[in-house]
Design a protein around this ligand. Structure first.
Ligand SMILES: [Cu+2]
Length: 114
């Protein structure tokens, strides 16, 4: 092994030892951020305008959705669990949680307002 190869081998070894630790720490932090439920995932108030059980869609007139940075409006959401629509009807006041998923707005939970 000549000197150049030696230096390359040593620096590769040094980088190999240093890199995984920092990227592991970074991955842990990112993962923690993603997995932790946000305090801002609180439920949003809304009113049911229209329900499409077959397609799992609901039209909601909603208040400000803080976690999506969205002002109040009337819009269509996809509901993750279609079964949750069975107990709702147009005119019902609801509380719901919406997230952005693959460019779509998805309601992950929807309950009659108390
Ligand atoms: Cu909206």
């Amino acid at each position: 092994m000549n000197t150049i190869q030696n230096i390359l081998a040593i620096s590769a070894l040094a980088m190999g030892m240093a890199m995984p630790v920092s990227s592991f720490a970074q991955a842990m932090m990112d993962h923690g951020k993603m997995a932790m439920p946000h305090a801002s995932d609180a439920m949003t108030d809304g009113e049911v305008k229209k329900i499409d059980v077959d397609n799992g869609k609901v039209t909601l007139k909603h208040g400000e959705i803080k976690n999506l940075d969205m002002p109040g409006m009337t819009m269509v959401f996809t509901v993750r669990d279609k079964g949750q629509l069975a107990k709702l009807k147009a005119g019902d006041k609801v509380q719901f949680v919406a997230v952005q998923e693959g460019g779509k707005m998805v309601v992950t939970d929807i309950q009659p307002a108390r």
